[in-house]
Design a binder for this molecule. Structure first.
Ligand code: FMN
Ligand code: SF4
Length: 1462
């Protein structure tokens, strides 16, 4: 009689060169060790035997000793700690000649964790099988150099026929036998039936089908064509099994079948299952668990079987479905629907429960969608969710975490905390705060224990425990056990000390916890707002698990307007974050590996976990199918990224899913995720990426052009290639200038973007001049990033491809863009890096790098003038006198003049279906038609990586003079947004509608539909007079009617007269059959130098910010309440360019009074004076504000008056007291009612709990008055009759549109659109301001300022669409997460603010505002506004005029000097 353990140990001893034996905890001793020691007395073999303690790391011992051994065996009980350690190293272990013999008692839960983590997995139930499989496993591992798990039941004793010692080595070393029939041929010998006979089994044989042979509908076709890794491994198994059978003369089938030969039910058994004889039931015992081929499974399930039961011996399984269940589901799914049996998962723990009666009961019960526990309770109770809030399926992951980390697990945003802390408890910010607090406390505990070590009276025993804990405080298990001992010792210590008290108070922090934040992919839509960014960027030792539930097949029907960002890629870009992408239904082992690696990583880790399901009731089969599709298609790759490995010079990136590895091309073609992923691994993909699509075309075009140039320029000088990278166009302008001048000197020059070159093409060039600017913090501009990355990757690999290349770099930057001394290295970083990198790669500099600085007297020109002559010198053409004038660069002025009154080639461009874009010069013209070309910036990088053009779409802005529209017009706008746009629309700061996401072919229908309701988009953008805005003034109905009429009149008077708009968009014929040319009486063919904006304000409200407009009319009412006329204001404007002190904001000056009748002509003359005097050479200096400052206010006014033919009378008194909207209900002087709604930043959309879009549509359906859009981006429902008030109120309440319970700060806030659509955005605005306000309003509330209005505005760039420069507090985007902060604007828009800090991020903003707001609350004078207070309190100097805007700004002084010195 032998036990299975002794048989296994004997084979291991005789077969292996090295044995690693796991020792149980004392006082027990290893059962294997006993056999080894007795064999060492009798046997001639002397394998090296190593021991590892339980809880130790056998993986590393095996790895250290396994690579040189012919065979290494590991013997152990299947304890959880041991198995988990093995899983962690499974990838490396898999390629060792290794057998992992794991003794199982009555539960396979632990050992199954290794399923699919290693190539082979065998199971033995009897001692004889254990012996035979030990041999088979040893042979397989040795000959194929692959790891084999051998799980065996060790409890039983039985007589075992053992192989003689002398035959073991010859068996292992004998020639490989070639399998012809497969080992299943031996199944026949078990005599029960023949249906497991491989290809003759049920899969092919039961041909009730018309075509006979094709019994299982194409599954076999499939397997014939595709050689899966599983079937290759299976062949290796078969070979080893055949050799074993030959030697031992006993069958070693992968699975064996007993029972009925025509079964209606097939039971797959895994574990110690007694024989069950029930009529119509066959039992399949699995001996080989991995690889388990679907065809083998199907072989033993006849097509007429109606049910499959999977019976597994499991006590503590943690996910809903087991690997075997999933494999069976997968296999069965390959059959046609009508041939698929029901599958039931059943667990049992005691073999005594597996009795015929219990099986019969199972057969009689209806199939259940949850696993059933044999012998009583439903197995789903094992999986019951402690926390009801967690969606059912997601517990798959949470259970894994609790299983792996046990009591060390700390879910920092556990829903259980909601009870105590409220809903916020599940947010990442909350969790982060908790973690920070806990880590601080743990640090305090460590310090306290260290302090205790210094206390003399401490007993030696306590001292020892303290020092021991300090040493192992970061160890997973020991920190906990030693901690417990230490607590006991402290509690029983007689010593009384406050340190001990403190330590005991902090006792919870003794164990080294595994801290997790768990969330959904909803967090990925806005990384900043969700707080995920902060967690990733925190640097804390925290693990983030993000569960993505979007099924693969629904990926395109997800809300297209909410773009999910790739949190993984985002995290990888941080450099110090561990990132993994996992899917529990695809690879359980990989999930385990990832979570353990994440836990080990000292710093933030992000694990993206895939779990696709539509709803809680989705069957597992669906989840499995979706997972399989997603992983196989490469949509959800499995990978792990470990930055620590990178630092060690190892490969940091492990791609764990096969299909992706095998099919890189497909991988690159996929949308989201994958291409981004490739980009994150530049050495793998950059060259591939840059050889795709547009870049190649551009490179070819360039080559063709160059060949042509070579022909026509008969000059000996070598060709000069000019390559540039530019975001804003400045570097491009310099590059073009260089290329033109080169041509003028007779050189053969060509020009392209830096990304038009790959390393290969660049290495063919001889002379290249690079011109690059900087975008973001020291980053290269968009059109240079791919090559920059490729160069870095090549440098890392130590390549030298540029032996032929001679180069020079001109860099453009701004030494003051990031003014803090520690940021000085960002100055011209890409240019400097490029210069160094090219040299490193073998290039030779033909001229030193030139540095252009926006801060220099002439901006970048100063540096360029020094650098350019060096280029000509190199080519020997410096002495050539250039006689011909250089061709002028094409400017907007040329485009306008050549456009045929705004026609250009727009009509042709609309017909061109090969691109989603219009010609670049046409995009300048469409602005005059109210249409802006944009692209989705969230996915710009991603699309570039794939070599496809950006995701172009168009923004359409409607012209609604005075901001008024009818309900019919509203309904039409609502429809257009749905049918042609992105489903939402925005009320803009010019009180009109704006649609985003309209693709090219929807442009024309959209404009036509806008026209159908008598609105248009003409001149809503462009170098013309834009939408004229006017005050909403709800209570002054008659006055409103007058000023609104005036606004419409002025708008109509200044409208362009071109018929191009009607011709292009409304299919109207060209004027007079093309005989008469268009004519622009006001604008001429050049139109205005820049945009022109007009506002009409009615004191005391300045809700239109009249002083921020080029031209303003302030209504003056006479004593009878009649509109007497207007004070005229000129010269307001917001746009600025960061760092360019020639640009500044300006508030308008009041120049006199005009009557209502004079108004439109006054407007015309002011506009014409600007038309003729504005700066057309420099668009950055072209607005009216600069013209006035250049000419002088008096001279400008005099010219206006001379055009008018009279002088304006003196301005009349007026008083403003606010520039915010009057929210809530009011009644006009005509008895009709109005209600001003708060629409945060003007976005009309449906959101959970706030279906504003639907609500407003419902109102529009019944409303008989009008809507007024305000310049603060809110909406007034106006002119409501008394009888309709209650119905409107009802609808408002139903859709929560009547909620005005916001803080004064929020009600006074305003943000522009910015990301993702605005092409000029440098930072978030509309998506971020509400989040910032959440935080600042807390500070206000703490200081009792809940209802105090503070005007806070934000824009994504210095263009200033939300009029930030007249806000009391403003933030102007500089780069993602960075803003200029401005303070001191006048409360009613009468005074400019000033830059207080040139660069701030959120923590700095809050740190600045907290004490400032507190002081304001305590020290303000009665009625004093915040903008006035910050000036009085000395925080900021007042700005008295635009030209003095930079004087005395914050961030000068120390910062400026330090930056300049750096
Ligand atoms: C968002 C943004 C970030 C910038 N960051 C830097 C920087 O980090 N370092 C620097 O030297 N210049 C920086 N600049 C300045 C520009 O590089 C400089 O103005 C350049 O002339 C712009 O060239 P471009 O129009 O070709 O993009 C930045 C400019 C912008 C708009
Ligand atoms: S301020 Fe700048 S970022 Fe914001 S919408 Fe205007 S142009 Fe775009």
């Amino acid at each position: 009689m032998s036990s299975a353990t002794s048989s296994v140990a004997r084979v291991a001893y005789l077969a292996s060169d090295v044995i690693v034996d796991s020792q149980p905890t004392l006082p027990s001793t290893s059962q294997f060790a006993k056999v080894y020691s007795s064999l060492s007395a009798t046997s001639s073999r002397r394998p090296k035997i190593l021991s590892v303690p339980l809880g130790g790391d056998p993986g590393s011992t095996l790895l250290r000793n396994g690579s040189d051994a012919g065979l290494i065996s590991f013997t152990s009980s299947a304890a959880a700690q041991t198995v988990i350690r093995l899983v962690l190293n499974a990838a490396e272990l898999s390629s060792l000649p290794l057998v992992l013999h794991l003794a199982v008692k009555d539960d396979l839960s632990e050992v199954l964790l290794l399923h699919s983590a290693v190539p082979f997995f065998l199971v033995s139930r009897t001692p004889q099988q254990a012996h035979d499989n030990s041999l088979l496993a040893s042979r397989l591992a040795r000959t194929e150099k692959k790891a084999v798990v051998h799980a065996f039941y060790d409890a039983k004793n039985d007589s075992v026929e053992e192989i003689p010692e002398s035959e073991v080595q010859p068996f292992l070393l004998s020639e490989k036998l070639v399998s012809t029939n497969g080992v299943n041929g031996h199944n026949g010998s078990n005599g029960h039936n023949g249906h497991a006979n491989g290809r003759n089994g049920y899969a092919n044989g039961h041909n009730g089908h018309a075509n006979g042979a094709n019994g299982t509908n194409g599954v076999n076709d499939h397997s014939a064509n595709v050689v899966s890794p599983g079937s290759e491994l299976f062949k290796l198994y078969e070979r080893a099994a055949l050799s074993t059978v030959v030697r031992i003369r006993r069958a070693c089938p992968p699975l064996s079948v007993h029972g009925s030969s025509e079964p209606h039910t097939v039971i797959f058994g895994l574990g110690d299952i007694p024989s069950v004889d029930i009529d119509g039931v066959s039992v399949v015992s699995l001996n080989l668990l991995t690889p388990l081929l679907p065809s083998r499974i199907l072989d033993v399930i006849p097509p007429f079987a109606s049910r499959v039961i999977i019976l597994e011996q499991l006590h503590r399984w943690n996910t809903k479905w087991t690997p075997l269940y999933l494999e069976l589901v997968n296999a069965i799914h390959q059959r046609e629907v009508e041939q698929r049996p029901h599958i039931q998962s059943v667990y049992f723990s005691d073999p005594a429960q597996v009795i015929p009666l219990a099986i019969l009961k199972l057969l009689q019960a209806a199939p259940s969608s949850v696993p059933i526990q044999l012998g009583g309770t439903s197995a789903s109770s094992l999986l019951s969710l402690e926390v009801p809030h967690i969606p059912k399926h997601e517990s798959s992951y949470t259970k894994i975490l609790s299983h792996v980390f046990g009591e060390r697990l700390e879910v920092s945003n556990s829903p259980a905390l909601v009870l105590k802390q409220g809903a916020i408890a599940t947010s990442p910010e909350f969790a982060l705060g908790r973690v920070r607090g806990q880590l601080d406390q743990r640090n305090e505990l460590i310090r306290s224990v260290q302090k205790l070590l210094e206390v003399k009276e401490v007993s030696p025993e306590l001292h020892k425990l303290c020092s021991q804990w300090v040493l192992i405080k970061d160890d997973d298990t020991k920190s906990c056990s030693v901690g417990k001992e230490l607590i006991t010792a402290l509690e029983s210590s007689k010593l009384s000390s406050p340190i001990i008290d403190r330590i005991l108070a902090l006792r919870a922090h003794f164990p080294a916890r595994s801290r997790w934040i768990i969330g959904s992919d909803a967090w990925s839509y806005d990384l900043g707002a969700s707080g995920l960014h902060h967690a990733i960027a925190s640097g804390l030792d925290i693990n983030i698990l993000i569960i993505d539930t979007l099924p693969y097949t629904s990926r395109n029907s997800a809300d297209p307007h909410r773009r999910k960002q790739d949190a993984g890629l985002y995290a990888m870009n941080h450099g110090d974050v561990y990132v993994a992408s996992v899917a529990v239904y695809s690879s359980y082992a990989q999930v385990l590996q990832a979570v353990m690696e994440a836990d080990r990583h000292k710093g933030p880790s992000v694990v993206l976990a895939y779990l696709p399901y539509q709803n809680e009731d989705a069957p597992a089969l669906e989840v499995l199918k979706e997972t399989k599709l997603a992983v196989d298609a490469g949509y959800w790759p499995l990978y792990r990224w470990d930055p620590v490995k990178e630092a060690q010079g190892k490969e940091p990136f492990a791609l764990d899913s096969d299909s992706v590895k095998n099919d890189l091309q497909q991988f690159l073609d996929r949308q989201n995720h994958l291409s981004q992923l490739v980009r994150s691994k530049p050495e793998l993909a950059t060259e591939l990426v840059s050889s795709l699509g547009e870049n190649v075309k551009e490179a070819r075009r360039k080559k063709a052009q160059q060949a042509y140039d070579d022909l026509v320029v008969s000059l000996d000088a070598p060709p000069l290639v000019v390559l540039y990278a530019s975001d804003g166009g400045t570097a491009e302008k310099f590059a073009k200038r260089l290329a033109n001048r080169g041509k003028a000197r007779g050189l053969s020059t060509s020009i392209g973007t830096i990304d038009s070159m790959s390393i290969d093409t660049l290495s063919q060039e001889e002379y290249v001049a690079f011109v690059t600017s900087v975008a973001g913090q020291g980053e290269p501009p968009q059109n240079g990033r791919t090559l920059f990355k490729a160069l870095n990757a090549a440098a890392l690999r130590g390549e030298k491809p540029f032996s032929k290349l001679r180069y020079s770099v001109f860099a453009l930057g701004d030494s003051h863009y990031w003014p803090r001394p520690e940021d000085a290295h960002y100055y011209n970083k890409p240019g400097k890096d490029l210069d160094a990198r090219l040299e490193q790669l073998g290039g030779e500099r033909f001229a030193d790098i030139g540095l252009g600085d926006d801060q220099d007297a002439d901006g970048p020109d100063t540096g360029y003038k020094v650098w350019e002559p060096l280029v000509w010198k190199t080519f020997g053409v410096d002495s050539i006198e250039v006689k011909e004038a250089e061709p002028d660069p094409i400017t907007n002025e040329h485009i306008k003049a050549a456009s045929g009154y705004l026609r250009g080639t727009i009509a042709e461009g609309l017909e061109d279906v090969s691109t989603g874009a219009l010609d670049p010069s046409d995009t300048q013209l469409t602005k005059f038609h109210g249409i802006y070309q944009q692209d989705d910036r969230d996915i710009r990088d991603e699309r570039q990586a794939q070599g496809v053009e950006p995701a172009y779409s168009f923004m359409i802005r409607v012209r609604t003079p005075g901001g008024v529209c009818t309900p019919e017009q509203w309904l039409q706008m609502d429809r257009i947004a749905d049918e042609h746009g992105n489903g939402t629309f925005k009320i803009t700061t010019r009180a009109t509608f704006q649609f985003h996401g309209v693709i090219k072919r929807h442009l024309k229908p959209s404009i036509q539909e806008i026209n159908k309701v008598l609105l248009d988009t003409l001149a809503a953008c462009g170098d013309v007079n834009r939408n004229v805005i006017c005050s909403a003034i709800p209570s002054l109905s008659r006055l409103h009617a007058q000023v609104y009429g005036f606004a419409k009149l002025v708008s109509a008077h200044l409208l362009p007269r071109t018929t191009a708009y009607h011709e292009i968009w409304l299919d109207k014929k060209m004027v007079a059959g093309e005989a008469v040319k268009d004519f622009e009486p006001l604008y001429g063919e050049f139109y205005l130098p820049r945009k022109f904006k007009i506002a009409v304000a009615v004191p005391p409200t300045n809700d239109v910010d009249v002083f921020a407009n080029d031209l303003g009319f302030i209504a003056i009412v006479d004593e009878q309440g009649e509109l007497a006329g207007f004070n005229v204001t000129i010269g307001g404007g917001m746009g600025v360019t960061h760092g360019n002190k020639k640009t500044y904001p300006r508030v308008a000056d009041v120049i006199g009074f005009c009557t209502v009748e004079q108004g439109p002509i006054v407007a015309e003359k002011v506009m014409l004076t600007q038309r003729d005097n504005g700066n057309r050479a420099d668009r950055k200096n072209a607005r009216l504000k600069y013209t006035i400052d250049r000419m002088g206010l008096d001279a400008f006014k005099a010219e206006v008056e001379s055009r008018l033919g009279y002088t304006l009378t003196p301005a009349r008194p007026y008083t403003f007291d606010r520039n915010i909207d009057d929210f809530g209900w009011s009644t006009g002087d005509d008895g009709r009612h109005h209600v001003m709604l708060f629409i945060e930043n003007g976005r009309i959309q449906d959101e959970p709990e706030r279906d504003f879009k639907t609500g407003l549509r419902e109102i529009a359906k019944i409303h008989k008055g009008t809507f007024r859009l305000t310049a603060n981006q809110h909406i007034m429902i106006s002119e409501i009759s008394t009888e309709d008030v209650s119905e409107i109120k009802r609808i408002l309440a139903k859709y929560k549109l009547d909620n005005l319970n916001h803080t004064g700060l929020r009600l006074s806030s305003s943000a522009c659109v910015a990301f993702p659509t605005c092409g000029l955005a440098m930072a978030e605005s509309e998506r971020y301001l509400p989040v910032l306000i959440d935080k600042v309003e807390k500070i206000c509330e703490e200081n009792g300022l809940r209802n105090d209005s503070i005007v806070m505005r934000m824009t994504g760039c210095p263009n200033g669409c939300a009029r930030p420069y007249v806000a009391e507090v403003a933030f102007v985007g500089k780069a993602p997460g960075s803003y200029s902060m401005l303070l001191g604007g006048g409360y009613y828009g009468q005074r400019l603010n000033k830059i207080y800090r040139e660069t701030v991020s959120e923590p700095e903003i809050l740190a600045i505002l907290r004490p400032m707001i507190k002081r304001y609350a305590l020290e303000r004078i009665d009625g004093e506004h915040f903008g006035d207070f910050v000036i009085r309190a000395g925080y900021i100097a007042p700005t008295t005029s635009g030209k003095e805007w930079y004087d005395g700004m914050g961030g000068e002084g120390q910062y400026r000097e330090a930056a300049a010195a750096a």
